[in-house]
Design a protein around this ligand. Structure first.
Ligand SMILES: Cc1cc2nc3c(=O)[nH]c(=O)nc-3n(C[C@H](O)[C@H](O)[C@H](O)COP(=O)(O)OP(=O)(O)OC[C@H]3O[C@@H](n4cnc5c(N)ncnc54)[C@H](O)[C@@H]3O)c2cc1C
Ligand code: SF4
Length: 566
């Protein structure tokens, strides 16, 4: 049984509209950026820097030359990452700024990679992709807040609590976005505080929505930009205050994931010191797994019971929790084109993540920077971003950058693991040692939703919550600061009647307990249709449901988690 056989009730054409607001009701901007993550904010900073050098161009772009819309309560509120950062793209964006002034906590001094069994941890040589010498430990929410301040200093207008929901398309060209309504209740009724969304008309629109971007998906469909599927992993992360400092960056492989080809459980954990009393830890697992009872949230709880983690965490306090997907397909899944008439796609939206290295932040910053440079060239006097080929320079810049050469070298490593851990590790090692020349060509990649599912028994050993070391999903959602109103309209599109095995996969996969199988469904056979109940207000917008047969659309701006140290 495969979730792809039950596609969500979603048609991207529904989210494409002709601009219609009269001049007095619309907002005209020069460069419009959707998403205040590292990619979008880097684009805003670079555009601001270039406009400082070219005041005549700033004048030409009107009262709002650069605008960034962000669906989170504030920049950083929806950002979650490991995060060990390669500073390269930051140094390029802020030349002359000493590294101590960049928004990082500390340099990586020591690191270790371990292979776990249920009771033991064996130190193994770190594969070169996981070497972090020269990189820095950070909190991405903090990085986001810092970048937003720099962008504002350079004249960008940042508009939080605002979700871009529709692409404005006129004559086959993207001319901006429509933002979502606020103050609607269940069934879309208008409440007393109703505020309609607005039209933001732009000369260039940069989609920097990160993983599972809603308008990015719409643009990929509408302009036929992608011919290969993307695949995702789900990462669940916690931040803990601990009594003893952690002296190194730790990565683990192996337990609690199973290595066999039948289960396809690809992933690993990370444990990073944020300061002397705080650590970030998380588990990342590919969403092509086959056992429908895999829950990354619960596997992370189980991992904390491992002697190595338990020793560090016991007596400590969990202070933050969150979840987010990572596009994992690398070069084999990126779109064929990164631009469309009137706009470009940057960062995770374009799939710029090096999964074997667990790195995407510096590619996000670099791609945002390159997109801003192309955007400003395209709006110089006598030019428009809508002319065919006007934004092609962005694709060329990406293909000549280290984003491309880095991803090319590791392109076959992720698909190698569909053969199980041992064969995958051997193939991946060969790919790495040959700098990507072996295996020749590209391995095959298939979407997570088309992965075969069966009803396994992995969930039987998840530890019961004790409120100290192990936590349930609902208390975790609470800790994420989730702001979604209980009576907000449902923003999750899924089929409500699906085979039990598909429903079980959603129930277990969702880290926020959004899905439940309605009465009696848990006694049904795997293949029998059951009803699924959806509590959309729990959703932390991790994006996993889009990978596994549903579709996340942006809820009301300002809702969702409020991450501060993620
Ligand atoms: C668990 C985990 C661990 C990771 N560890 C590392 C690591 O250690 N090092 C590393 O380099 N990378 C790591 N990554 C990857 C890295 O976090 C991403 O590559 C990076 O954040 C991508 O940046 P982005 O700007 O493209 O997207 P994002 O960081 O996702 O930002 C996108 C922003 O756009 C906003 N947005 C989206 N859609 C809309 C809309 N329609 N309207 C308005 N706003 C919108 C979102 O709210 C968000 O604020 C990790 C990722 C995860 C999930
Ligand atoms: S419902 Fe929300 S939190 Fe749950 S998997 Fe989907 S996107 Fe993630």
């Amino acid at each position: 049984m495969r979730p792809s056989a039950y596609p969500p009730p979603f048609d991207s054409a529904e989210f494409v509209v002709e601009p219609s607001a009269p001049a007095v009701e619309r907002i005209d901007v020069g460069i419009l950026i959707v998403g205040a993550g590292p990619a979008g904010l880097a684009a805003a900073v670079r555009a601001g820097q270039l406009l400082e050098e070219r005041p005549e161009l700033r004048e030409r772009l009107g009262d709002v030359p650069i605008a960034v819309v962000e669906k989170g309560k504030a920049p950083g509120a929806h950002l979650l990452s490991g995060s060990v950062v390669n500073p390269r793209a930051f140094r390029q964006l802020f030349p002359g700024l000493p590294t101590e002034d960049l928004p990082f906590r500390s340099p990586v001094i020591r690191e270790g990679v371990y292979f776990l069994t249920e009771k033991r941890a064996m130190r193994i040589p770190a594969p070169p992709t996981m070497w972090n010498h020269g990189n820095y430990i950070a909190s991405l929410s903090e990085v986001g807040r810092w970048l937003a301040e720099r962008a504002e200093e350079l004249g960008a207008l940042i508009v939080p609590e605002t979700a871009a929901t529709h692409l404005l398309v006129s004559g086959g060209r993207v001319v901006g976005v429509r933002t979502g309504d606020k103050g609607r209740g269940r069934g879309d009724v208008e409440l007393a505080n109703f505020e309609p969304g607005s039209e933001l008309r732009a000369r260039v629109t940069i989609l920097a929505e990160g993983t599972q971007g809603h308008l990015t998906g719409v643009a990929l469909d509408q302009f036929g930009l992608a011919s290969r599927p993307q695949v995702w992993a789900l990462g669940v992360k916690e931040v803990w205050e601990v009594a003893r400092p952690l002296d190194r960056v730790v990565h683990t492989m192996g337990w609690p994931l199973r290595g066999g080809a039948r289960h396809r459980e690809f992933g690993g954990s990370f444990l990073y010191p944020l300061d002397d009393h705080t650590v970030s830890l998380g588990l990342v697992v590919g969403l092509d797994h086959t056992d429908a009872t895999i829950s990354v949230h619960d596997l992370l709880q189980e991992l904390k019971g491992h002697p190595r983690f338990r020793r560090l965490l016991e007596g400590g306090r969990r202070i933050a929790w969150g979840a987010k997907t990572i596009p994992e397909g690398g070069l084999l899944s990126v779109p064929d084109r990164f631009h469309f008439p009137g706009g470009m796609i940057v960062g995770d939206g374009a799939g710029f993540v090096n999964v074997p290295a667990l790195k995407g932040i510096h590619y996000a910053v670099r791609s945002g920077t390159l997109a801003a440079e192309t955007a400003l060239e395209s709006v110089a006097p006598g030019r428009t971003a809508w002319t065919p080929g006007a934004l092609e320079g962005y694709d060329e810049a990406i293909r000549s950058s280290y984003i491309w050469s880095d991803l090319e070298r590791v392109r076959n490593m992720r698909p190698a693991f569909k053969h199980g851990f041992v064969r995958g590790a051997l193939l991946a090692g060969a790919a790495l040692n040959s700098l990507g020349r072996f295996p020749r060509g590209n391995l095959d990649i298939q979407s997570d939703a088309s992965s075969y599912l069966f009803l396994g028994d992995r969930s039987l050993s998840y530890p019961p919550p004790d409120g100290k070391l192990f936590f349930d999903k609902l208390s975790s959602v609470y800790l994420s600061g989730n702001q979604t109103r209980d009576d907000a309209p449902n923003h999750i599109r899924v089929r409500r009647e699906v085979p039990r095995v598909v429903a079980e996969a959603w129930v277990h996969m969702c880290p926020a307990q959004v899905y439940e199988i309605a009465d009696g469904g848990r006694e049904a056979r795997e293949e029998d249709l059951v009803s699924v109940d959806v509590t959309a207000s729990n959703c932390v917008q991790c994006g996993a449901i889009t990978a596994k047969g549903g579709r996340l659309t942006p809820p009301e701006g300002g809702s969702g988690p409020e991450y501060s140290v993620m």
